[in-house]
Design a protein around this ligand. Structure first.
Ligand code: LLP
Length: 420
C-alpha cells in the first residue's frame, strides 16, 4: 500500500538495547521512548494550532507519560476521578485537565469542581443536575451524539445513532439539554463529540464535527447561544501492522480543519479542539517478551509461547487487533507461527506470522506499537504481575517509571476474616 501515509514512524528497540533492558528489568516489559513521545506531541501541536489539544490519558496514564504530555503544552483529558488523580499526581495543574465520563458520580463531580478542573464534558441530563448541585462555575461542554458511524471496530465506535454517549442531536434532546443548561445558569461554552478510534482518515471525525458545527449554528438561531468551543474528540489511528496506513498527523489535521472551518459561518468562530490518545503514544512503545515453550500442535501452526498474554495486552482478544512481532537476534528461515500467552485459556496474541525456525526458549520478541491501551488496560488475571514500564530518556538512560507488580501489592487488597 502506498499513499501519503506510507512512512513507518514506529519506535523499535535496537537488538543490544533489547537484551540489556530484558536483563536489567525482566520481561514482559513495556518500553517507551521519551524522544519519540515528545516528537509526536510536537508534531501534533504544530499540526493543530486551532485550539485546545488534549491528550486522552485513557491511552496511557503512566504518570511519566502524563508529565511529558503536559510539559509539551497539551491539556489532559481524564475519563474518571482515577485518571484525574493520576494527572494531579503527575504535577499537572487541575485547570489543565478536562473531565469526561458517561456516568459521573456525585463524588467525581464534586471532587473535580473542588480541585478546579479546567473544563468538563457533560454526557446526560442526570449529570446536568449534578453540576447544578455542585454549584460549579467551570466551563462545560455538552457531549453530543452526532449519529455518525465511523466504520471502525464496533467496540470502539462511539458516535453512531445507538451510542450510549452524549445527547442525540437528531431527536432534539441536544437542543433541549442546551436550553435547560442555559436556564439553570450553568457555564456552557460549547459542544463535543468523539465518533470512534483507530480512524485512518478524518472522514468520520469530519462528519461528526460538521454535525456539531451545524448544531452550533442552530443553537445561535434558536437560543442566541454563541459556541466558543467545538471539540471533535480523538481517533486518528496508528500503524499496528503494514496494512494500517493512517494519514500523517499534519495531513489529517489539515483536512479536518479545512472541512470544519468551511462549515462554520462567519458569525461563529469557535476554538476548535481535539483530544487524540492512541496517535500520541501507541507508536512510541514496544513490549518485550521472552519465549518459553515452542510446540507443534497436532493441527495448525507452531505455537511460540511467551511470558505474557492477555493480561498485558487484551487487545487481540477484545478487538482482534494485529501487531508486528520482531524476534531479537534470530534470523533463521521462517516457519508459520502463532504467538500465544501463558494464561489458562486460548490466549492467542499474534497469529498468521512467519517466525524463524530456530526461535526457542530464552529468545526475545519485541512487539511494536504497544504504547497505547496496553499498560492502561492491563490486568492481573491468573495473578500474573502486570509488567513494569521503562522510559528511555532523551539521554539514552533507561528509567523505571512504573514498577512490575510485586507479591505485596498483588495481595494488598485482600482481607481474610479471622473466623473464616
Ligand atoms: N476522547 C474521547 C471522549 C474518547 O472516548 C476517546 C477514546 C478518545 C478521546 C481517544 O481516542 P483515540 O485517539 O485514542 O482513538 N480500548 C480501545 C480504545 C477505546 C477508545 C475509547 N475512547 C482500544 O484499545 O483500541
Amino acid at each position: 500500500m502506498t499513499s501519503v501515509g506510507a512512512t513507518d514512524t514506529r519506535f523499535a528497540l535496537a537488538e543490544n538495547q533489547a537484551w540489556e533492558l530484558a536483563e536489567e528489568f525482566g520481561t514482559p516489559l513495556y518500553v517507551l521512548d521519551e524522544s519519540h513521545l515528545r516528537s509526536r506531541a510536537r508534531t501534533w501541536k504544530a499540526a493543530w494550532p486551532h485550539g485546545d489539544l488534549s491528550f486522552a490519558s485513557k491511552a496511557n496514564s503512566t504518570l511519566a507519560v502524563l508529565r511529558i504530555m503536559a510539559s509539551e503544552g497539551l491539556s489532559i483529558d481524564v475519563a474518571s476521578e482515577g485518571e484525574l488523580r493520576a494527572a494531579l499526581r503527575a504535577g499537572v495543574p487541575a485547570h489543565q485537565c478536562r473531565l469526561h465520563g458517561n456516568n459521573k458520580t456525585w463524588e467525581e463531580v464534586s471532587f473535580a469542581a473542588a480541585v478546579g478542573v479546567g473544563k468538563a464534558i457533560v454526557d446526560n441530563f442526570q449529570e446536568l443536575e449534578l453540576w447544578q448541585e455542585a454549584n460549579a462555575s467551570l466551563p462545560l461542554l455538552l457531549r453530543l451524539a452526532p449519529g455518525v458511524d465511523p466504520k471502525t471496530n464496533a467496540k470502539i465506535s462511539t458516535g453512531q445513532a445507538d451510542t450510549k454517549f452524549g445527547f442525540p442531536i437528531a431527536d432534539g434532546q441536544a437542543m433541549e439539554a442546551l436550553r435547560l443548561a442555559i436556564e439553570s445558569g450553568l457555564n456552557i461554552v460549547g459542544f463535543h463529540c468523539h465518533v470512534g478510534s483507530q480512524l485512518l482518515d478524518p472522514g468520520a471525525q469530519v462528519q461528526g464535527g460538521v454535525q456539531l458545527a451545524w448544531f452550533a449554528r442552530a443553537a445561535l438561531n434558536e437560543l442566541g447561544f454563541v459556541a466558543e468551543v467545538i471539540n471533535v474528540g480523538g481517533g486518528l489511528g496508528v500503524r499496528y501492522t503494514e496494512s494500517d496506513d493512517p494519514l500523517p498527523i499534519p495531513e489529517y489535521c489539515k483536512r479536518l480543519y479545512a472541512a470544519l472551518s468551511e462549515t462554520l459561518s462567519d458569525s461563529l468562530s469557535p476554538e476548535l479542539a481535539q483530544e487524540p490518545g492512541r496517535s500520541l503514544v501507541a507508536e512510541s512503545g514496544v513490549t518485550l517478551y521472552r519465549v518459553g515453550a515452542v510446540k507443534k500442535p497436532a493441527l495448525g501452526d507452531r505455537y511460540v509461547v511467551v511470558d505474557g498474554g492477555l493480561s498485558d495486552n487484551p487487545r487481540p482478544a477484545l478487538y482482534g487487533s494485529r501487531y508486528e512481532v520482531r524476534p531479537i537476534g534470530v534470523t533463521g528461515p521462517g516457519v508459520p507461527s502463532r504467538v500465544s500467552g501463558k494464561h489458562c485459556e486460548t490466549d492467542l496474541l499474534f497469529t498468521g506470522l512467519t517466525l524463524p525456525e530456530d526461535l526457542g526458549p530464552g529468545h526475545l520478541l519485541q512487539v511494536l506499537c504497544t504504547g497505547a491501551y496496553n499498560s492502561s488496560m492491563a490486568s492481573q488475571y491468573n495473578r500474573y504481575p502486570r509488567p513494569a514500564t521503562v522510559l528511555i530518556r532523551e539521554s539514552g538512560r533507561a528509567d523505571l517509571v512504573q514498577a512490575r507488580d510485586d507479591w505485596e501489592s498483588m495481595f494488598a487488597r485482600e482481607r481474610l476474616p479471622e473466623d473464616l
